[in-house]
Design a protein around this ligand. Structure first.
Ligand code: F6R
Length: 262
């Protein structure tokens, strides 16, 4: 993993946005993005939106696949990931809504909808650049601890910890859905490049376990240690528990190909 440490959330967003933009340009206009919801990638999306608005980046022909969606939440609910992705990604980044896909958490048959989502990703040629956050419990997507490291898109029951963490988006804890449909860890691992962003002290334990701990389904993000092209962009607070910080800084300071091209 390539670890980039910035001072704060704003700097994390600028750096992660620059890295994603560089990767997207390298792939070409039809780049396929994987997009996370939640707070972590918002500053990254803001930087990408800025690059689009200045004409430095054009995503009008790009496609995007969301990581996950709540099950049973109407798509027009403001906190559905359909609505959230439209508001925070599709519009500000100038994507064509017809090429932005979110799992169908309202399907009658969730297994078929999950298999269809996998097939859609495959038909698009796979995900070129996957943007990820990480939960305080180490989840990526909604792959909660104990998820199969080989899992594909499917329905997952959310942990109480995740429901409590996401209660800030709803009127009360009781309103937070209990189920989600999420890309699996195996699905995420198929992405060609991964950029994970994390900020804040409540992510420090998960970041340390993910980057430096053993590969274990108890910290689902740790599966990324098996991926060859993962960039982790974090602020000082989220980096606080890392043990090899000096080494990561040294690697970053001596990059042969420039700071946005890990
Ligand atoms: C979001 C997702 C989750 C979040 C994680 C962190 O689509 O799949 O894994 O990335 O829960 O959430 P935030 O960024 O809100 O702390």
């Amino acid at each position: 993993m390539f670890i980039v440490i910035r001072r704060n959330e704003a700097e994390v967003g600028r750096k992660a946005g620059a890295i994603v933009a560089e990767m997207a340009k390298k792939v070409g206009p039809k780049v396929v993005l994987g997009v996370a919801t939640g707070s972590s990638p918002l500053s990254t999306y803001a930087e990408l939106a800025r690059l689009v608005s200045t004409g430095e980046l054009d995503l009008s022909q790009a496609s995007a696949f969301a990581l996950d969606e709540y099950v049973g939440l109407p798509v027009d609910h403001p906190e559905s990931y359909h609505a959230t992705i439209h508001r925070t990604v599709t519009e500000p980044l100038g994507l064509d809504p017809a090429r932005v896909h979110v799992p169908d958490g309202n399907a009658q048959d969730l297994d078929t909808a999950a298999a269809d989502y996998e097939a859609m990703i495959e038909a698009a040629g796979g995900i070129d650049v996957q943007i990820l956050g990480v939960g305080a419990n180490g989840h990526i997507g909604f792959n909660e601890p104990s998820s199969s490291l080989a899992s594909r898109t499917r329905m997952k029951v959310l942990t109480q910890e995740t429901r409590r963490d996401n209660a800030r988006f709803f009127d009360s804890l009781a309103d937070v859905p209990r189920y989600s449909m999420t890309q699996g860890l195996g699905t995420i691992m198929d992405a060609r490049r991964i950029v994970l962003v994390a900020t804040g002290a409540n992510k420090a334990k998960a970041v340390q376990a993910m980057v430096e701990g053993p590969i274990t389904s108890m910290c689902p993000g740790s599966v990324l240690q098996w991926h060859r092209r993962v960039t982790v962009v974090i602020d000082l607070a989220a980096a606080a528990d890392l043990r090899l910080t000096d080494y990561y800084r040294d690697v970053y300071a001596n990059l042969p190909h420039g700071p946005n091209q890990p």
